[in-house]
Write a new protein. Sequence first.
Length: 149
Amino acid sequence: MVARISQASRYRRLRPRQDAGAAAVEMALVLPILLFVLMGLIDFGRAYNAELQLSQAAREGARLAALGTFTPAQIQARVEQAAPALTGASLPAVVVTATCPGPGNAVVQVTSGFSWITGISAMSSFFGAGTFPTPTTLSSTGVMQCALP
């Protein structure tokens, strides 16, 4: 049995492919955008988590301030305990603006620094300076009505 190669299959085998580098070019165009989106998802997820912890810490501090039996140092310590992921350079700074006893509300302002880790702040220079500054300042305010004496 003799295998015969048809003229069409011989032509397909010998002609050069015209789309040889198309996939590489498409990947080179799309890869930076995909990396920017991936880095944004990672860092924005971390920033959202830090904001939630900061909000919880402000509520905890306001709760202690509303009871009226705690010192500002004790409130600061409780706020730091309530935000365990915010440590080191981004340790929360607490400002107690109103405490109880007395009529009104106890107000606690908590501020913390946040650092972008994936390089999105460097890539964001395409959108203008200062779009994602490092460290970024996050803040939250906790307000709670004073407990009755």
